[in-house]
Write a protein that binds this ligand. Sequence first.
Ligand code: NI
Length: 169
Amino acid sequence: MAIRDILVVPDPVLKQVSTPVEVVDDALRALMDDMLETMYAAPGIGLAAIQIGVPKQVIVMDLARPEEPPQPQYFVNPEILWASEDTAPYEEGCLSVPDIYDEVERPARVKLKYLNYQGQEVVEDAEGLYAVCIQHEMDHLKGVLFIDYLSRLKRDRAVAKVKKQVRAA
Ligand code: NI
């Protein structure tokens, strides 16, 4: 396993649309292992492959609380089968937009379909933080960032702040 570099805004690669995975094999599992290690090191609770520059429909996530044992989750070619009409706000952040947090409103519940680490198809309902996180990560696969939901002013300000941090580092 290896820790990879996480791309940050305004890197144009983050705007790329990711393509479906054809087969869940050992090479893909190695990518998912690297993604998980990279996410834990950051630290973060979700990471899409495009955030390390790989335009494939792959997401890793771990929503365990600090006192709980790790609960890694892997999503290959995820699809939203259904989304609730009722929405919920959540203060989101993103490893590609470090130290910026703002409220985004999304469907409160979704039904998902994806392939897991073994390549088996899973259909699952998500709500709460799980629903927020999977929708945020699936946006990455379409080249969409949470700051894209904010006003132009807030978005420009966020990008400028990240640029400044990167220069200072
Ligand atoms: Ni993100």
